[in-house]
Design a protein around this ligand. Structure first.
Ligand SMILES: N[C@@H](CCC(=O)N[C@@H](CS)C(=O)NCC(=O)O)C(=O)O
Length: 207
């Protein structure tokens, strides 16, 4: 199985989820400006939509769209799906909200030349969505005691919020720290060069 990704992009959620699921996977970076992969392949031949994520399954099938990729990973690892009879539906509901109401709201921040006005409007809209989540957030994860693939996706959008100076409610700042400290999350961040070390600072060896 191979995940096509871009550094720090929404595909980071899939990398986290794949590690949390304990699945064996390789990763290939895509340059989103040239649409070429790090091995020199034309990414559009793999995903004609030209954007990440794209997950190539062991039988060669290719899954695209972050909601679908995360749902597929959750399908392999039921521990990453919320408990209860409506667990799978609640998960889809959360993934759709993060994707369409939050992730897509960041567009002006990823669009070169977007105006300050557009970015300020986007930041206000995203903050409103985060406030909605913060009022309903479980403890310590989105759905309570169980980490799910929705946490991986929300975490990535909170990273972007920090990066672009979008205001985050205090409850979500604490939640962000909680997720960032998870072992598989640290591994994923380190693999993309977004932190220096996968181990928590307290146990990091020196010298
Ligand atoms: N609808 C897609 C959108 C994915 C998406 O926005 N990917 C971004 C990175 S976070 C990307 O590859 N952007 C480059 C582009 O759209 O050209 C999904 O939900 O998976």
């Amino acid at each position: 199985m191979k995940l096509y990704y871009a550094t720090g992009a929404c595909s980071l959620a899939d990398r986290i989820a794949l590690h949390e699921a304990g699945l064996e996977v390789t990763f290939e970076r895509v340059d989103l400006r040239t649409r070429m992969t790090e091995t020199g392949a034309d990414f559009r031949a793999i995903n004609p939509k030209g954007y990440v994520p794209a997950l190539v399954l062991d039988d060669g099938e290719i899954v695209t769209e972050n909601i679908a990729v995360l749902a597929w990973i959750a399908g392999q690892a039921p521990q990453l799906v919320p408990a209860g009879p409506l667990g799978a539906i609640r998960l889809l509901e959360a993934l759709a909200f993060v994707s369409t109401e939050i992730h897509k709201g960041f567009k002006p921040f990823f669009t070169p030349g977007a105006s300050d006005t557009d970015r300020a409007k986007a930041a206000a809209a995203i903050s409103g969505r985060f406030a909605f989540i913060a009022e309903r957030l479980g403890e310590p994860y989105f759905f309570g005691s169980r980490f799910t693939v929705a946490d991986a996706y929300l975490f990535v959008t909170l990273r972007w919020a920090r990066q672009f100076g979008v205001e985050i409610p205090a409850a979500l700042s604490a939640y962000h720290e909680e997720i960032a400290a998870r072992r598989h999350v640290r591994t994923a961040l380190a693999e993309e060069g977004l932190i220096d070390h996968a181990e928590p600072a307290a146990v990091r060896r020196t010298g």
